[in-house]
Design a protein. Structure first.
Length: 463
């Protein structure tokens, strides 16, 4: 029997595979290349992802969303752009500082770029620049390969993300209770409330050392004031009468919403470990979902003391940058739950890594968020891809134009849940008309940022 020639083998392969319609150009390829080319001919490509390059970064600053939030846009040589958001209350400069360090790079190499720039972030709002750029890179990568971001993270655990919402405060517990009940009536299945010794500012004999500190100014930015003094250093104490009044406030809210719905708590005031434990013990009958940020996150040993002393779950993390400090909290079991803010923690993938590590330690993850729909959708993708996720915060329920800020599948929140989008990237695009209506006009609308193009330092951390 005569031996078949390579040409005959190729012809038989094409017949068997039904490739008669392929371009004659394929015949210049080796047989293996022909097979691969045919097998991948239906793979969708947006331009050529391997040739994608970052060409620009610009921003618009959105006011009253209800927070102040810079939105960044990273542009490429193929005409596609990625959206990111700097942490609420932070400066756009945290992101623009990174522009010269990423120009010319392929945005699909998200982790490599992240490792290049992560040294320029820090805890609190200083993590906002790195995190915002990372969001935009994932949006670009998803668009380049035409898949939703959650798919690039390994797939999703859920089709919709549970939301917990904050509510406008009132010193009157009956008024606040009705506001919370209205949230339940809208379909929300998880609530959070702020209460603390600010409620006691006009109540005599409830707070020791209030003759020195103005306890009603927790958010003061003036150095040396109560708002700028860390909890252990105020030496503020709450009397039994003060704790009783705070508990009465919580009881009124529980009466309004019932015990079926999870109710978390935040912002108690600047006081030390002993007062945290006393308050935590007093609140146990109300079965709160967690007590958030009772002291600054960095006091790991103090957190462990509080956690071991009370039965209500403890939680912290919204101001932590990168996974390492979360690892300390989890390894020492200093808190019962963690709560990264994706726009500080390092972005979408870093937040998933934080959640994955906590999961291995048997610790659940809630997610803090207070920004525009751009960062919201970044959170939704990360939450969808992380198994131990519990609920995502939503601060903007009462901002009537909030969802209008983006174009995409609407509504973004349905009966207290955020549907996970299937569109490429984050799944939304900025609505420029609405953004212009709510932007900081002094800073302009995606103005040129050429002054940030040139790198003027040697950044390597080793010799």
């Amino acid at each position: 029997m005569p031996k078949s020639s390579p040409k005959a083998d190729r012809r038989d392969f094409l017949k068997t595979a039904g490739l008669g319609g392929l371009s004659l150009g394929l015949f210049a390829l080796a047989p293996e290349e022909e097979a691969v080319t045919y097998a991948t001919q239906r793979v969708r490509r947006h331009g050529a992802p391997s040739d994608l390059k970052i060409t620009d970064m610009r921003f618009v600053h959105i006011n009253d969303a209800p927070m102040s939030c810079p939105i960044i846009r990273i542009d490429t040589n193929q005409g596609i752009s990625g959206w990111g958001e700097v942490r609420d209350g932070a400066s756009f400069r945290y992101a623009l500082f990174l522009k010269s360090r990423i120009l010319g790079m392929n945005p699909c190499n998200v982790e490599m770029i992240f490792k290049r720039i992560k040294q320029f972030g820090y805890h609190g709002r200083q993590g906002g620049g790195v995190s915002g750029v990372e969001m935009a890179l994932w949006d670009l990568a998803g668009k380049a390969y035409e898949v939703p971001v959650y798919q690039l993270l390994g797939g999703k655990y859920r089709d919709k993300v549970r939301i917990y919402c904050d509510t406008t405060r009132s010193d009157d517990p009956q008024v606040f209770g009705q506001r919370m009940k209205a949230r339940v009536d809208k379909g929300f299945t998880f609530l959070k409330m702020d209460f603390g010794i600010e409620l006691l500012k006009d109540e005599p004999n409830t707070v020791v050392n209030s003759n020195f500190w103005d306890i009603g100014r927790q958010w003061s930015r003036v150095p040396g004031t109560y708002g700028e003094t860390e909890h252990p250093f105020t030496q503020v104490q709450v009397t039994d009468a003060g704790i009783e009044k705070m508990c009465q406030y919580v009881a009124a809210v529980r009466d309004a919403v019932g015990y079926e719905i999870p109710l978390a708590a935040d912002h108690f005031g600047h006081f030390g470990v002993n007062e945290c434990i006393r308050l935590g013990e007093a609140l146990e009958p109300y079965r709160l979902a967690w007590l958030e940020d009772m002291i600054p996150w960095k006091y790991t040993d103090a957190w462990r003391e509080i956690t071991l002393s009370i039965n209500t779950p403890t939680l912290t993390g919204e101001d932590i940058y990168l996974k390492e400090e979360f690892i300390k909290l989890c390894d020492t079991r200093s808190v019962d739950m963690i709560q990264p803010d994706l726009a500080t923690a390092g972005g979408i993938l870093e937040t998933k890594k934080i959640g994955d590590y906590a999961e291995e330690k048997g610790i659940a993850m809630a997610m803090h968020f207070a920004g525009t729909p751009i960062s919201f959708m970044a959170n939704v993708h990360s939450a969808a891809a992380t198994q131990n996720f519990v609920a995502l915060e939503h601060h903007s329920v009462d901002v009537d134009w909030w969802e209008d800020l983006v174009v995409g599948d609407k509504p973004l929140v349905v009966d207290g849940f955020a549907p996970v989008p299937e569109k490429p990237g984050l799944g939304v695009e900025l609505n420029e008309e609405v953004a212009r209506a709510h932007m900081d006009k002094e800073l302009g609308f995606f103005e040129p940022t050429g002054e940030w193009d040139k790198k003027r330092s040697w950044d390597r951390l080793w010799s």
